[in-house]
Each structure stands twice: as structure tokens, then as C-alpha cells.
Ligand binder design. Sequence first.
Ligand code: PGA
Length: 256
Amino acid sequence: MLSIAKMRTKLLFGNWKMNSLKAECSAFLAESKNLLALSNSKHIEIGLAPSYLYLDQAIAEGNGITVYAQDVSDEEKGAYTGQVSVSMLLDHSVCGSLVGHSERRAYCNETDFKCNLKIKKLLKAGLGCIYCVGETLAEYDKGFAKDVIKAQIEVGLMNLKGLDLSKLVIAYEPVWSIGTGKNASEEIAQDICSYIRSLVKDMYGEEVASSMRILYGGSVKPENIHSYLKQNDVDGALVGGASLKADSFAKLIENC
Ligand code: PGA
């Protein structure tokens, strides 16, 4: 019989950040049928997180491709200029959201506590969530990577008992590897992803931990994706730059 770990379906998710205008989105989405067929044939799941303005377009033109927002408010509704609520995502058939991406932590003062509120809101609404964690270069150099990750996981994932955690994915993205071309070695990715799984096990038990998908992100390219995905505890990748064009996305799928 297959172990639960072996049954975790690989997930490849594109984070488009503040990139791609309407025409570029359309060019990508015109290939969505092919990308979905390719991913089905490889038994992996794929998804995209475009900017808010293009979520509707991705849903309309994406042939059923999974579409997430890049962030969501922890508030329900009201005087929160510039924010987008979970109900609004539901209203637009968006399937979930990234939470706690390091760029939001760095530029928008996103705290682990805020992330926790957002994760709870998403899971309570039955939406998916990719919770991003990762240390900075200074923290890595000082040997604090695991301490940082521990706090991000313990606070970010606190009090989730009773919620369906099957729609929660964690992405380990060392800040020093994002958009820098300096990807973490596969050994580091495996070591930290397995550490994250052990933290989840301490909080929510063996069954939740062994079925939770944990991704690596940070300068993932078609040339290096396979080295990560063959690691025991790496269940996929969150990809920025290399996910923007359909041909590169197709190569990522092919090399999974
Ligand atoms: P990158 O970004 O692949 O461009 O390094 C990854 C991310 O920020 O999710």
C-alpha cells in the first residue's frame, strides 16, 4: 500500500506578483488547456496567483485552472481602503489565496499573527491557502533559519483545530533566494521542509503532518525544479519569474 506521504499530489503554483498586463495574461491563458492536459498527464496540480485585477480574466480564460489571490484581508468588510475580503474572493469564484509572502511581510508589515487571522478566515470559508514562510539572509547567515521558521509556523498556524487543514499548503521560501537567482540547495530545501513537517506534527499530529503539502520557492526554474521535487518532503514549488510565460510554465511541468 502507498504511504500517505507518497500520495501527496505534487503542486506547482505560479505567483505572478505585480506582473503581466491584460494581453500578457491572455497570451498565457490561451495555453491553459495545454498546460492542464500536461499537468494531468504528469499527475500534478497547477495553479496561478495573478494580481487582483486579473483574477476574473484568469477564471474566465483559464479553462478551469486553479486561481488564487496573492493576499487577502483578515477583516470581514467595512472601512479598509485597498483591501479585499474573503467574501469578495468567494463572490468571484477565486479558490484561495497566498498568505504571508515575504514581499508582503517586508513591504506591508505583515506579521505572523496577521497571517494567522487570514489563514483562519480562508479555511473557515472553505478556501485554499498557501502560507509562505522563510528566513532572511541575515537570519540564515547567523544560523537562525529554524528559529525563524518555528515562530512563523507556530504563530501562523495557531488555533486551527476543527478546521479542514487539507486546503492548507505551506511554502518554504528563503528570502535570500527569491528573485535573486541564488536558489537554496536541494539539501537545505529538504532539511527545512522536513523540519516544517515535524512542527506541524507537534501541533496537529501525524496524520495532518504527513498529508500536508510543503512547497519550496525561490529562483525555481525548469532547470532545477526536479532536484527539489525528488526530495521526500518537498511536494511542489511556488514559482515567480519562471511562471510568467506559458512556455516556461510548461517546461516546469515537464521537468517535475
Ligand atoms: P522567484 O519568486 O521564483 O521569482 O524567485 C518566488 C516567489 O516569490 O514566490
